[in-house]
Design a protein around this ligand. Structure first.
Ligand SMILES: C[S@@+](CC[C@H](N)C(=O)[O-])C[C@H]1O[C@@H](n2cnc3c(N)ncnc32)[C@H](O)[C@@H]1O
Length: 431
């Protein structure tokens, strides 16, 4: 397969539709061997991560930056290889990229621009958002809300490929036992630094084909996401609600912590996600999850106020997932923040109504946007006087996590395996 051509086609699709072509990328990956898959991932995700920087470089070498979008995409792929992929010799990056140009009349231009860039005579950008390849508003937002040092830490982290982290299904295996088995079979594995159920695996193949996956012993789940269910920490026998369960990555984790005893009600607005959740639970040998496709706002009309624990892993701007999904930084429109914050506070209100006294509610998002985090929780607490914040700082220290505590919740700072997450644990107390 011509991997560069495939990368070009998919990045062109992204440029045209301003939406990452997830299904097409999955299909392309399934047709590649491990080596091709590794190169493709580096090229596609890398070009997206550095798109703003790369565009800045390109524009310095163009007399007129108004070039057709297809040519800009070709140039991005070429420049990314020249500037950021040491494994590709410059001459190969230039010639392979020029061969991607469909409009013959632009070949000369692309060739000339790439050759000049290969001389690497350009200076490092001074503007912070260009240097770290983030939209200007996001770089400014991070500096304003988190200070310069944390802003740089967050943006630098977004530029690195994320290691593959798995969660061991403790209903089937202890982590150490699975690590030993996988090591014996030649896999490059190690325990993840924070979650007691996490494994870091170096692997370029298709995870869903691994016997451990098919047999339900592992789930692909980032480490920050694993911390969420560990903080809510439901007991066996409890009744738990997961109000935006998605594919059930956290729902199944909750079931493991409950030793598959008790009851979990998992709802999501997406039919496909609930279908997949059901498949995942089956594969993992979990039978305490009842699912429903519904709007979380309708929960109070459908359920009694008898849940011991409720998880709201809220639909959000997802900007904290940029390391895994760099496209999110390029496509998210800040005008959507208010709409998301409104939905999130409606879900908080719905969850509150079905939580029993002394019950606990965990609100989490994978974003650094404060309007979706602290502001929402603060407003909710002001109008629900019987809800109190639970201080989870000791727990985060136990899991060796670097965080910012804002009095309402914690913001997980990124590191080698962690990505940004906001977690607020609340409890219903006597008035
Ligand atoms: C952050 S994702 C949840 C991820 C999931 N908890 C996990 O760990 O994989 C948010 C989910 O909210 C769902 N969603 C969006 N609006 C919703 C609503 N009004 N009611 C219920 N679910 C909703 C989306 O379909 C999405 O699956």
């Amino acid at each position: 397969m011509n991997v560069r051509k495939m990368a070009y086609r998919l990045l062109r699709m992204f440029e045209r539709n301003k939406r990452f072509p997830t299904d097409e990328v999955k299909l392309a990956l399934s047709r590649m061997n491990d080596k091709e898959r590794a190169f493709f991932k580096k090229l596609v995700w890398g070009t997206l991560r550095r798109q703003i920087y790369v565009d800045w470089v390109i524009d310095q070498y163009l007399k007129n930056p108004e070039i057709p979008p297809a040519i800009r995409v070709v140039l991005r792929i070429g420049v990314y290889q020249i500037v950021f992929m040491d494994s590709v010799p410059d001459y190969a990056a230039v010639s392979e990229t020029v061969s991607l140009v469909e409009e013959r009349s632009f070949r000369k231009l692309v060739n000339a621009v790439l050759r000049r860039i290969a001389e690497k005579s350009f200076k490092e950008p001074e503007l912070l958002h260009v240097k770290y390849s983030h939209p200007k508003w996001i770089a400014e937002y991070l500096v304003e809300k988190y200070g310069f040092r944390n802003a740089v830490k967050i943006m630098e982290n977004h530029l690195k490929p994320i290691p593959l982290v798995l969660r061991v299904n403790t209903l089937k295996f202890e982590r150490d036992d699975l690590l030993s088995v996988m090591e014996e079979e030649g896999y490059d594995v190690k325990p993840s630094p924070h979650s007691p159920q996490g494994i870091v695996l170096k692997y370029n193949g298709d995870i869903s084909k691994l016997p451990y996956y098919k047999g339900g012993s592992i789930v692909v789940q980032g480490e920050s996401s694993q911390i969420v269910s560990l903080i809510l920490n439901p007991d066996p026998g409890e009744k738990v609600l997961d109000i935006a369960a998605g594919y059930g990555t956290k729902t199944t984790h909750l079931a493991e912590l409950m030793k598959n005893k008790g009851k979990i009600v998992a709802v999501d607005i997406s039919f496909d996600k609930i279908n997949e959740l059901n498949e995942n639970a089956k594969r993992m040998g979990i039978n305490i999850i009842e699912t429903a496709v519904m709007n979380g706002k309708d929960i109070p009309a459908m359920f009694e106020a008898d849940f011991d624990k409720v998880l709201i892993d809220a639909p959000c701007s997802s900007l904290g997932t940029a390391r895994k999904n760099p496209d999110v930084l390029l496509t998210f429109k800040k005008e959507k923040i208010n709409e998301l914050a409104k939905l999130q506070s409606e879900l908080l209100n719905a969850a509150y109504q079905v939580l029993k006294p002394e019950g606990r509610l965990l609100y989490s998002t994978c974003t650094f946007i404060k309007e979706e985090n602290k502001s929402n929780v603060k407003e909710f607490l002001e109008s629900h006087r019987d809800m109190k914040v639970v201080d989870i700082r000791d727990l985060l220290e136990f899991y060796k996590i670097d965080y910012i505590w804002d009095g309402y919740g914690t913001f997980l700072l990124p590191d080698e395996t962690l990505t940004e997450f906001y977690i607020s644990l609340l409890e219903k107390v006597e008035n």
